[in-house]
Design a protein around this ligand. Structure first.
Ligand code: ZN
Length: 85
C-alpha cells in the first residue's frame, strides 16, 4: 500500500473491554501525561509493530494527515521515477 501502514494490527490490551494501544501508552509515559484529544501517535518508519520511543511521533490530526499525504506523494514519485514514467 502506498505510504500506508503494514496491514498488521496495533499491539493492544483491553481495559474494561476498551482497547489500550501500546504505542499510545508509550507516548504518554514518555510525555509524562495523557495524550490530549486530537493528538495522534505516528509510527515514523510506518511499522505499526515498532513501538520504540524513537519511532513514535506525536502530532495533531491535521499534521498527521498532511504527513501521510506527503509520504504518498513521495512514494508515488519514486515509483514513477523507477518506472521511468
Ligand atoms: Zn501515521
Amino acid at each position: 500500500m502506498l505510504g500506508g501502514y503494514k496491514s498488521v494490527p496495533y499491539a493492544r490490551r483491553y481495559e474494561n473491554r476498551k482497547p489500550v494501544f501500546e504505542h499510545r501508552e508509550i507516548a504518554e509515559a514518555t510525555l509524562g501525561r495523557k495524550l490530549k484529544d486530537g493528538e495522534i501517535v505516528h509510527h515514523i518508519n510506518m511499522d505499526k509493530t515498532d513501538n520504540r520511543r524513537c519511532n513514535l511521533l506525536i502530532c495533531t490530526k491535521n499534521y498527521h494527515r498532511l504527513l501521510h499525504y506527503r509520504m504518498q506523494l513521495y512514494c508515488a514519485t519514486r515509483i514513477r521515477a523507477q518506472q521511468g514514467v
